[in-house]
Write a protein that binds this ligand. Structure first.
Ligand code: PMT
Length: 221
């Protein structure tokens, strides 16, 4: 059983994909199922935390006891996170937030007259980086979905975005990562690192929450 080492903590977690509208009937998105983020919410809850889960559209069910906020786009996700971050002590960005959105949402359904269609995209806000920049930032944990040089890119994100911790997964391996029931994580923080071997997402979530709890204790000490 998980030890209740997150009592008195408020953990805010993002999960799932975002959907970026193209026109009234179309969007771009990605294959995130929300399983990893929802497993983290359940693990944090089991360890005694108060949990706010900001989720893109998914089919998994939220564990009872979490405060669930449903959103669609990256901008809505950013707004929901920012409205709930004031008293948060831990933030975990597990969502696969779209990096770009169509520059304009076309008001009417796009018709297929032309042989080619060009869309222009604009950059979305970086929710994780914005949380890390807050004056009273919570203990901020990012995920890194990589397909090559996992540890190099993860460590780069840790320092560039000024995070307390980053959990990297290799999304080129289809046994783990997007939409699978299992994952494996390489976790890095300023003074250490730990490899969490392939396991069910809930088991990994418990191990990651344990690492976070240990580092939180050190940060507060
Ligand atoms: O949902 P599942 O099917 O269970 O799959 C889990 C997962 C593979 C989606 C998850 O484990 C994971 O890796 N999530 C992060 C996916 C991602 O978008 O990674 P990234 O390397 O592109 O982004 C880095 C970090 O910045 C992430 O913490 C992300 O939430 C955050 N980010 C990215 C862009 C953006 N505009 N805002 C953000 O907050």
């Amino acid at each position: 059983p998980a030890s209740l080492s997150l009592t008195n903590e408020h953990v805010v977690i993002t999960a799932g994909p975002t959907r970026e509208a193209i026109d009234p009937v179309r969007y771009i998105s990605n294959h995130s199922s929300g399983k990893m983020g929802y497993a983290l919410a359940e693990a944090a809850l089991a360890m005694g935390a108060r949990v706010t889960l900001v989720s893109g559209p998914v089919t998994v069910c939220a564990p009872s006891g979490v405060t669930l906020i449903n959103v669609q786009s990256a901008e809505q996700m950013r707004d929901a996170v920012m409205s709930n971050i004031d008293d948060a002590t831990v933030f975990i960005g597990c969502a696969a937030v779209a990096d770009y959105r169509p520059e304009q949402v076309v008001e009417q359904k796009i018709k297929k007259h032309d042989e080619k269609l060009t869309l222009t995209f604009t950059k979305n806000p970086d929710i994780l980086a914005d949380v890390a920049k807050l004056e009273r930032a919570p203990f901020t944990v990012g995920f890194a979905a990589e397909t090559q040089d996992v540890s190099f890119y993860a460590k780069d994100k840790l320092t560039r975005k000024n995070l307390d911790m980053i959990a990297a997964n290799d999304v080129s391996d289809d046994r783990i990562g997007f939409n699978s029931d299992q994952n494996a994580l390489s976790v890095f923080w300023a003074k250490g690192e730990k490899t969490l071997e392939i396991a069910d997402k809930y088991q990994l979530a418990l191990q990651l929450m344990q690492l976070i709890s240990e580092q939180l204790t050190q940060k507060h000490a």
